[in-house]
Structures are given as structure tokens and as C-alpha cells.
Design a protein around this ligand. Structure first.
Ligand SMILES: Nc1ncnc2c1ncn2[C@@H]1O[C@H](COP(=O)(O)OP(=O)(O)OP(=O)(O)O)[C@@H](O)[C@H]1O
Length: 614
């Protein structure tokens, strides 16, 4: 399968991370306020690092003879305080402890708020409830009282104060992270990453964390700014260590001598204001720079999270001749009042290697629910109410109703079972290039080196008929057409040479002209990789074009199944006949057909069957 692509020249590829980083930095430099804030913070950081080395005087050395001298007197650039200590030296040395204390508060806040926010937002459930409750309690505490109490109980240490302050600020980071994660966790590209076999940690670490990074950076810079202000406030109140030269202690000194030497309060005041202001401005500038990145409108997602599963530790291999066997499958949604809404009932079919099975039916007939049952990706509230699913001897759902654990399922998905979705665009993460999204499962799931994975991704793009694979590789999803995006997803699906491919209405969202090309491509790839394919469709034309056998579904049940030629020649059921005649009459999707049954057929209540083709 690699010969076509092997002839392609491989040029060095800039990773999306590198591209994104350099772009953000350039945009940041173009923002005048951001640039000024960066320069000020750079000066403060340099002062923090080199201050103790370049300070002209010992910051704690008293010289009572020269107390409260003005700027420029006796070699003291900014004058001296009431003990004759050099103000400039204290300012330089104070930068270090101020910055370290702010960093400590930010690290503590992020270390607590980020992981808990990620887990609560992604997994929800009891962890979310407990973490949200703890956060609410923390937020209801009056921060300044807690800090004063901590100083009184634990001592006048800036490090203790800032650790406590970091804990008090962590709910802000938690809430921000949780909300950002909740906004994206049901995006189809997150589901697509899951179907591609990526682990939960990998999905959170890349797709989810990427979305959280911008608000997190802003919040962290604000926490740094507030921490400096709080630290100064505590020291101003006399709760700092008087022997450590910090800006807050200097501010306190300035206010004590406000009448005799008012300028003493100006220097630390200016230093604190500039640093706090720069942190806030830099945070905003960073947000603007990140938000200026190319964006695409995200399609509304469907909820597609793994169901509650009872894991089976040892997978018992069931004796089965078929690649896939679905036997008497039932799926339902528990309703209020204890009833269950049955959406799939008693569905049975099988699929062999190298065979294409079509599942056809009107909208809402249970096709997708059946497909998602096989993938183990039913919504969390769904229940398998009966039956079994066996893939190559592995019971995905056992006859006793036990479902394979998500861990085992994700080993199969992306390696042996692949999926092509209905909406190509919303299944690609708009934040990453197409190449990156193809390469990642190849390195993570198949264990290829980065270079091999890049080579393979370019080959796959060539195989799916993309004429300029390198350009597509480097493009973001919004830069390609819907048909191209579907080809990319097909490339991703076949990248692992799967045994089973589930394609859920793969052409529905595409232009009519592109539909035929994508179907041709699927036919070619199916033969080339000798895959078993389950093709979910509402269109009998697609079934006639591609499938060997077909299962016709209505209201969650199989009404007829068999060899495609036989069903096309002599459909036995009226429902099948209606679907077929709709295709032959060239009815457009979503049209409603009213079909009168033969006179001898059914009771009056069933005298008209409405079939909506979606
Ligand atoms: N989360 C849910 N809660 C309750 N019912 C649901 C849920 N998801 C799907 N259903 C119901 O399950 C039934 C089958 O849906 P399914 O998506 O399988 O239909 P389909 O044949 O694939 O239709 P389409 O071609 O429109 O995708 C529908 O009646 C639908 O309303």
C-alpha cells in the first residue's frame, strides 16, 4: 500500500506547535501594549536575577548618618530610608523575592486548579460534584482574613502566605478550566480522536489542553499580578519579614516616613504598579495573540461519550466464523418514571472479511445506534438492553450483557476497527494541521517514529486521491473543502489497515458531485485492504453501488435482510419496496412519502406508512 506515496518527495515539515508558537510571538510583538509590558517584565526579571550582584550597596546595611537622604545624595541613586539603607539596592534585590513569591502563588493555583478542572470537566460525575463543592467552599472564604490568620498561626513568611494565597486562587483556575473543557469535550473531533484509538490522557493532553491554554495563561498572569499586590498589602500591614528587602516592606517604610520623605513610598509604589499592570496587560495581549489564530466555526456536536461499561478482565474468545456478529441486539434509553425508550430491538446480522454490508433505513430507524453499539460509543445514558456483539471472536457485548471495558475497546478502535463519520469538518480539530492529526494516531497508536508517520501520512493522502498531499498535510481543516476533509478522514481510518470499517453516512454531508468520488474511493480501498465494511446509509442507491448484503431497518428493527441483488430484484417487505421506489423515483432526501398498503394487507390504523428519507 505504500508504493504510490513512496515516490513522493518528503520536505521537512514544521510542526503545528512550532508554527503556532512563532505566530503567537509575532502577533504579540506587533501589539504595542503587549510589547511594553514584555519589556517592563523583562527588566523586572533581569533585576530579580542579577539584582543581588549589581546592587551598589548591601540592601540591609544601615547608615544612620545618611538616613533619609534624597535621590543622588552620597552615591545613593534613589536616596536612603530611615535606617540609611540604599533604596535602589533594596529595590533591585526586592524584585527577586517579589517575583518568586508571585511565581509560587501561581504554581500552587495552577497545580491544584488545572488537573482537577480538566478531570471534572472531562469526566463529570461524582468527581465533578465533589471538586465543585470544595471549590465553592474555598471561594466563600474571605481571602484576606485567611491570609491574616495564616500569618498569625504559621509565622510571617512570604512563602507561607503565597502558598495559602495560591490555594485560595485555585478555584478560579479550576472553574475556568472546567468550563473550557465542558465546551469542547463533546466536539466530534474529540470523539474522532477516541475512535482513532488515542488514550484519554493523550486526548486531554493535546486536544483539550490546547483549548484551555489561552484562558489559563491570562488567568495565571492575573494571579501573578494579584499575588504581588496581596504580598505588598500584607507587608504594608506589617506582616512581612522586616529583614527581607521586599517592595511591600519598602512601601511600609515609605508610609511611616510619608511626611519627612514622601518620595520613599514612590519607588516601591511605581515598581509594584508597573509590574502588576504589566502582568495584566501581557495576559490580555497574549489572549489577543492566541485568538487571532485562524479559527473555524464549529458545527454543533452530538453527544457521543463512552457508555458506562462493566469491564471484563479476561476476554473470553467466542467461537465465531464471522468477522462481526450482531445477535438480537437491543438498545434503550431509560426514561423518567422507570420506562425505557427502545431505539434498537432484536437486531441481528453478520459481516465477513472483505464484505460490505449496508444498513439502510429512514431517519431514526436505529442505524447509527446500531453502529455506535459496535464502536462502544453510545451516549452515556444509553443501555444495551439485550443481545451480543462479537468482533473476530472478541465479545464486545457478551450474551450476559457485559460490555468490553473502554481500555480494551480503545485498543481495538484505531487499530482493528476504524470509523468514518458523517460530518467530516467537525471531526477534525480546527486547532491543528491535517498532517498533525494524521501523524499523531500513527505515532501514539501504531508506535511509528515521527518521520515514518509523516511519510506514511503523505502516502495515505496520495492513496485517497489528494493531488497535492504536502499542501493538504500542512493545511488547517478550514483551508480544505468538505470532500477533501472526508478523504483525509478516510485516510486516517485506513491508516491502521483495519479489519472492520464502519462508515456512518460518509457521503451525506458532501456535494452530489463529490459523493460519487468518495464512494468510488471507498470501493477501491475496501478491495485494496480487504476490509469488512458496515455502511450506514439512508440511500438504496449507495447500497446498490457498494454493498454485497443489506439489512433494512425500520423503527429500530430489521425488517428484511439478504443479498443486495435479491433484495433489489424482489423486495419482500412493503417498507423495503417503499424505500426502493423512493430511490427509483429520484426523491430528494428528507422528502416524505405516503405509501398506501395493498387492500388486503394491514388494519386501518396502518393504512398509510410515512417514510421520511434523510
Ligand atoms: N440520546 C438519546 N436519547 C434518546 N433517544 C435517542 C438518543 N439518541 C438517539 N435516540 C433515538 O434513537 C433512535 C434511532 O436513532 P439513530 O440515530 O440510530 O437513527 P438513524 O437511523 O441513524 O437516523 P439518521 O439517519 O437520522 O441518523 C431515534 O428515534 C432517536 O431519536
Amino acid at each position: 500500500m505504500t508504493e504510490t506515496g513512496a515516490k513522493e518527495s518528503i520536505v521537512p515539515i514544521e510542526t503545528p506547535d512550532q508554527a503556532a508558537r512563532s505566530g503567537v510571538f509575532k502577533r504579540l510583538l506587533k501589539n504595542p501594549l503587549g510589547l511594553v509590558a514584555m519589556i517592563i517584565l523583562l527588566i523586572v526579571i533581569l533585576a530579580g536575577i542579577f539584582g543581588p550582584l549589581i546592587a551598589p550597596f548591601d540592601p540591609n546595611k544601615a547608615d544612620l548618618v545618611n538616613a533619609l537622604t534624597g535621590p543622588g545624595t552620597a552615591g545613593h541613586l534613589l536616596g536612603t530610608d530611615s535606617a540609611g539603607r540604599d533604596v535602589f539596592s533594596r529595590l533591585l534585590v526586592g524584585a527577586q523575592s517579589t517575583l518568586l513569591a508571585a511565581a509560587l502563588a501561581a504554581i500552587v493555583a495552577v497545580a491544584i486548579g488545572l488537573p482537577t478542572g480538566l478531570m471534572a470537566g472531562y469526566f463529570g460525575g461524582w468527581f465533578d460534584s465533589v471538586a465543585s463543592w470544595c471549590t465553592n467552599v474555598l471561594m466563600s472564604l474571605p481571602a484576606i482574613i485567611i491570609l491574616l490568620a495564616a500569618s498569625a498561626a504559621l509565622g510571617r513568611s512570604v512563602w507561607i502566605s503565597m502558598t495559602v494565597f495560591g490555594i485560595l486562587m485555585s478555584p478560579g483556575i479550576f472553574r475556568l478550566t472546567r468550563t473550557s473543557v465542558q465546551a469542547v469535550r463533546n466536539e466530534l473531533y474529540v470523539d474522532a480522536a477516541r475512535v482513532a484509538g488515542l488514550s484519554t490522557a493523550s486526548i486531554i493532553g493535546r486536544h483539550i489542553l490546547f483549548v484551555v491554554r489561552a484562558p489559563l495563561i491570562i488567568q495565571t498572569s492575573i494571579v501573578c499580578g494579584i499575588a504581588i499586590a496581596i504580598q505588598a498589602a500584607l507587608e504594608f500591614l506589617g506582616l512581612g519579614d522586616p529583614l527581607t528587602p521586599t517592595w511591600g516592606v519598602m512601601l511600609n517604610e515609605g508610609f511611616i516616613n510619608i511626611y519627612s520623605s514622601p518620595i520613599l513610598a514612590v519607588w516601591p509604589g511605581v515598581a509594584i504598579s508597573l509590574t502588576v499592570g504589566s502582568f495584566v496587560v501581557l495576559g490580555n495581549a497574549l489572549r489577543d495573540a492566541l485568538e487571532d489564530s485562524p479559527k473555524v466555526k464549529r458545527a454543533k456536536s452530538i453527544k457521543l461519550t463512552p457508555p458506562k461499561t462493566e469491564s471484563i478482565t479476561a476476554v473470553e474468545l467466542a467461537a465465531s466464523d464471522h468477522l462481526l456478529t450482531v445477535s438480537r441486539l437491543g438498545v434503550g434509553y431509560p426514561q423518567e418514571g422507570g420506562t425505557t425508550k427502545t431505539v434498537v430491538s432484536d437486531v441481528s446480522f453478520h459481516l465477513d472479511r472483505g464484505e460490505v454490508l449496508g444498513i439502510v433505513g429512514e431517519s431514526g430507524s436505529g442505524k447509527s445506534q446500531t453502529a455506535f453499539s459496535i464502536l462502544g460509543l453510545l451516549p452515556a445514558e444509553a443501555e444495551i438492553t439485550g443481545g451480543s456483539i462479537t468482533f473476530d471472536g472478541i465479545p464486545l457485548v457478551s450474551a450476559e450483557g457485559r460490555q468490553l471495558s473502554q481500555g480494551r475497546l480503545s485498543e481495538l478502535r484505531g487499530k482493528r476497527i476504524a470509523y468514518i463519520p458523517q460530518e467530516p469538518m467537525s471531526n477534525l480539530d480546527p486547532n491543528f494541521t491535517i498532517g498533525y492529526q494524521l501523524v499523531r494516531p500513527l505515532t501514539r497508536v501504531l508506535g511509528l517514529s515521527k518521520e515514518d508517520a509523516q511519510k506514511r501520512a503523505l502516502e495515505l493522502l496520495t492513496i485517497v486521491g489528494i493531488t497535492n498531499p504536502q499542501r493538504t498535510f500542512n493545511a488547517y481543516p478550514h483551508e480544505v473543502s468538505g470532500g477533501m476533509a472526508q478523504r483525509v478522514l478516510i485516510a486516517g481510518a485506513v491508516s491502521c489497515n483495519p479489519d472492520l470499517l464502519i462508515a456512518d453516512e460518509p457521503t451525506t454531508a458532501l456535494d452530489v458531485t463529490v459523493q460519487a468520488e468518495v464512494l468510488d474511493l471507498l470501493r477501491d480501498l475496501q478491495a485494496r485492504f480487504n476490509m469488512g465494511v458496515v455502511l450506514v446509509t439512508h440511500n438504496f442507491g449507495v447500497v446498490a453501488d457498494l454493498c454485497d448484503r443489506v439489512v433494512v431497518m425500520q423503527n429500530g428493527r430489521v425488517v428484511e435482510s439478504g443479498d443486495v441483488r435479491t433484495i433489489l430484484r424482489s423486495p419482500q417487505e412493503r417498507y423495503t419496496q417503499t424505500l426502493l421506489s423512493a430511490m427509483l423515483e429520484g426523491k430528494t432526501p428528507m422528502s416524505l412519502l405516503t405509501v398506501a398498503p395493498p387492500a388486503s394487507d394491514t388494519p386501518a390504523s396502518d393504512s398509510a406508512v410515512k417514510v421520511g428519507l434523510s
